[in-house]
Design a protein around this ligand. Structure first.
Ligand SMILES: Nc1ncnc2c1ncn2[C@@H]1O[C@H](COP(=O)(O)OP(=O)(O)OP(=O)(O)O)[C@@H](O)[C@H]1O
Ligand SMILES: *[C@@H]1O[C@H](CO)[C@@H](O)[C@H](O)[C@H]1NC(C)=O
Ligand SMILES: *[C@@H]1O[C@H](CO)[C@@H](O)[C@H](O)[C@H]1NC(C)=O
Ligand SMILES: *[C@@H]1O[C@H](CO)[C@@H](O)[C@H](O)[C@H]1NC(C)=O
Length: 442
């Protein structure tokens, strides 16, 4: 059953303007969000008297405050993309009705706030169902503090609603796909929200460390593409406040963010640069305060540094092709010091990808080239080695590209090599081993 109306008795936060209200009316989600918490209306007197169907206490003021703050946050988010034409069209096609058809339920994950089940849906395959985790620490801590389970459950529901609102508006391969949602307020005063998502598998860092470098690079590259999208999203620059590997899942070898309830589209306001401090354990940065009174690129940089500390440092350098190491080192250094923004970072990643694919990548294949080209390159970028077929530089004989890669890997100075068409008397190829990563452009 879909939530339709707000209750009488004043919503906790009213948006201003008829246009906003019109927009909100179009959305079941927002109707739900606007629904006031029981307590203000005639049915919800103190101690649940006056013949109400299900007596409920009004939440304590501090909890009401939090509820209304969440509500406002949700409304702001839902309306901020209102005039871009990005309505709720990406809400997916599944709804409450489909929930009765699911089979093979099983838990795939849980966090502080949410519980995730896998389910099989005839015709749609396996999907993930996300709901509020009643036994999770978020709800139980709140109950301990406020003694109000229904209010606490609703507080957590707002987080999930926020996530759904964001997922409806974001469209990127690095964002988990929302297949649909179900809002049920027949459980009043609680509301129930179930998000139906693309099913992934949890990110296992330890396991990832054992996968080939190419796979790990792919994950870092998808993360960088995601952060580029988030920095320039239709909702503005989005920061993931709680940025950790467990916020991501893998779907068909691709990294996707699934936990969006702790995202923010607000840039920090400031009066001076000192207000724009980005603090991380063991490191802090002071960014510029713009004339408009906003910290310049703070959201983008926060994401990027987190990507550096949780992903790049672990996944990028380990067993990287030696020819790519200098470039990867630059990326690590520049993101670790926040010298790069996300644009430059994406540029650098794409350069690595290009080099990797262009056949100059060591372990993959060697490139055959003309002797003239070699002469030019070799003059500038060679180094001496022993034994060498030439006194001008390091010219070695190799049997095939694999052997070339092995030789180059074993020589600290070798960053790349070029295989010539010359053969030795045994039929081996001759190879120039060079001390710079890559010099050939396509
Ligand atoms: N689409 C999905 N497919 C498979 N597993 C998922 C999916 N979404 C989430 N999970 C798993 O469920 C866990 C909890 O989901 P989520 O991170 O959204 O909840 P949370 O309560 O906000 O978590 P946290 O405490 O980390 O903030 C995730 O860590 C992940 O392992
Ligand atoms: C509500 O319940 C509390 C204790 O349960 C009681 O002290 C109080 O008088 C009740 N108030 C009303 C209006 O019934
Ligand atoms: C980047 O390189 C500089 C100069 O070598 C060094 O001082 C700095 O600590 C490096 N930063 C990171 C994050 O590795
Ligand atoms: C980064 O790229 C985006 C999209 O191409 C562009 O709009 C933006 O101006 C660029 N930012 C910087 C700082 O170069």
């Amino acid at each position: 059953m879909r939530a339709a109306r707000g209750k009488e008795g004043a919503s906790l936060a009213r948006p201003r303007g008829a246009a906003v209200l019109g927009l909100l009316a179009a959305s079941a989600l927002l109707a739900l969000a606007l629904q006031s918490f029981p307590g203000a209306g005639p049915c919800w007197g103190a101690n649940g008297t006056r013949g109400c169907p299900r007596p409920a206490r009004r939440p304590p003021p501090a909890l009401l405050d939090e509820l209304s703050r969440r509500q406002r946050d949700l409304l702001r988010l839902a309306t901020s993309a209102g005039d871009t034409g990005l309505g709720l069209s990406r809400g997916g096609r599944l709804g409450c009705g489909d929930l009765s058809r699911v089979t093979e339920l099983g838990v795939v994950g849980s966090g502080f706030t949410k519980l995730v089940l896998r389910a099989a849906l005839p015709g749609a395959g396996a999907i993930a169902l996300k709901s509020v985790h009643r036994a999770g620490s978020d709800v139980s801590r709140c109950v301990q503090r406020y003694g109000h389970p229904a209010g606490c459950h609703r507080l957590a529901s707002y987080k999930l609603l926020k996530e759904v609102t964001l997922l409806q508006r974001l469209d990127h391969p690095g964002v988990v796909k929302l297949h649909g949602q179900c809002y049920d307020n027949s459980l009043d005063p609680e509301i129930r929200v179930i998000a139906m998502l693309e099913l992934g598998s949890p990110l296992e860092m330890i396991q990832l460390l054992q996968t080939p470098w190419e796979e790990r690079f792919k994950i870092c590259l998808s993360l960088v593409k995601l952060l580029f999208y988030l920095a320039h999203s239709p909702l503005g620059s989005i920061v993931l406040l709680d940025f950790q590997p467990r916020q991501f899942v893998m779907v068909d070898g691709n990294l996707k963010v699934t936990d969006m309830d702790d995202a923010s589209t607000e840039e920090l306001s400031c009066k001076e640069d000192n207000d724009c401090t980005l603090d991380f354990p063991g490191k802090s940065f002071i960014l510029k305060c713009t004339a408009a009174g906003k910290c310049d690129g703070l959201n983008e940089k926060k994401n990027l540094f987190n990507a550096y500390r949780y992903f790049f440092t672990y996944l990028l350098p380990h067993t990287a092709p030696s020819a790519l190491r200098p470039l990867l080192g630059d990326i690590l250094n520049a993101t670790g010091d926040l010298r790069y923004g996300i644009n430059e970072t994406l540029g650098a990643f794409e350069k690595v990808l290009h080099l990797y694919k262009s056949g100059l990548y060591l372990q993959k294949s060697a490139r055959f080239t003309s002797s003239l080209e070699i002469a030019c390159l070799q003059a500038e970028h060679d180094y001496k080695c022993w034994p060498s077929y030439s006194h001008l530089g390091c010219l070695l004989s190799i049997y095939n590209a694999e052997e070339a890669a092995a030789i180059c890997n074993s020589q600290p100075q070798c960053q790349s090599f070029i295989v010539t068409q010359q053969r030795t008397w045994t039929g081996s190829y001759l190879l120039w081993s060079l001390k710079i990563p890559f010099i050939l452009q396509e």
